[in-house]
Design a protein around this ligand. Structure first.
Ligand code: ADP
Ligand code: 5GP
Length: 215
């Protein structure tokens, strides 16, 4: 076809954009406890100004070193249920005997502002977010073995032995969900895993469907 409206020859030169504004999106990370989700989130948020972490609300007790309002907002069960009833959560789930939820307003405001809003959620949360926000990008963080998971949870030294065992028992059921995600990031060598995740973020950032000519 010749002479169509989209033909390059018919476009006025001053209408051709040379700068683009990338659109925001949700980046959902899931994987078993100890896979390295938190570590990868920390790297991503530290190295990219366009990435922000969505701080979940949880009823889980705070671990040594965790700060309220940084890793999580630590709330009572009553407060959690009040927020759930008020419709403040994009999704919520019970994971390893505790309640966790993603705040709806923060993530939607972030995406609207052009940010990549990073969610660290379990596989139930991943499924809920994919249903509720069909434009979300999801990546499953995969450990090289169950032994490596155990070793990492023991080295992290943040959970009592029975808590580590519960998390390891739950791992195979979580790992079985990897096909539901857009991407799989093998976290064997941490440096390589960071690079793999950054490559995904860069590719998704370059998707034409999310780009707008800069004004
Ligand atoms: P998650 O958030 O998925 O539960 P973390 O990010 O807390 O997992 O990682 C669990 C532990 O494993 C931490 O002590 C972290 O430093 C360590 N870790 C993360 N990635 C790797 C890796 N590729 N190799 C070795 N240790 C790792
Ligand atoms: P942890 O207690 O180790 O911080 O997290 C335990 C599990 O809860 C992990 O699988 C983590 O991804 C998940 N999780 C953390 N925040 C949320 C959330 O807001 N929603 C859901 N569904 N899971 C979450």
């Amino acid at each position: 076809m010749h002479g169509t409206e989209s033909s390059p020859r018919s476009a006025p030169a001053d209408a051709i954009p040379f700068a683009f504004e990338p659109g925001g999106f949700l980046l959902v990370l899931s994987g078993p406890s100890g896979a390295g989700k938190g570590t990868l989130v920390d790297h991503l948020v530290a190295s990219r100004r366009d990435c922000v972490f969505s701080i979940s609300a949880t009823t889980r007790p705070r671990r040594p070193g965790e700060v309220d309002g940084v890793q999580y907002e630590f709330v009572s069960r009553e407060e959690f249920e009040r927020r759930r009833s008020a419709g403040l959560f994009l999704e919520w789930a019970e994971v390893h005997d505790h309640l966790y939820a993603t705040p709806a307003r923060f993530v939607d405001d972030g995406v609207r502002a052009g940010k990549i809003v990073v969610l660290d959620v379990d596989v139930q949360g991943g499924a809920s977010v994919r249903r509720a926000r069909t434009d979300a990008v999801s990546a499953f963080i995969y450990p090289p073995s169950i032994d490596a998971l155990r070793q990492r949870l023991l080295t992290r030294n943040t959970d009592a032995p029975d808590v580590v065992e519960l998390r390891l028992r739950n791992a195979p059921g979580e790992l079985a969900q990897w096909r539901e995600y857009d991407y799989l990031v093998m976290n064997d060598d941490l440096g390589l895993a960071v690079a793999r995740l950054e490559a995904i973020v860069d590719a998704e950032r370059a998707r034409v469907k999310r780009l707008r000519p800069a004004r």
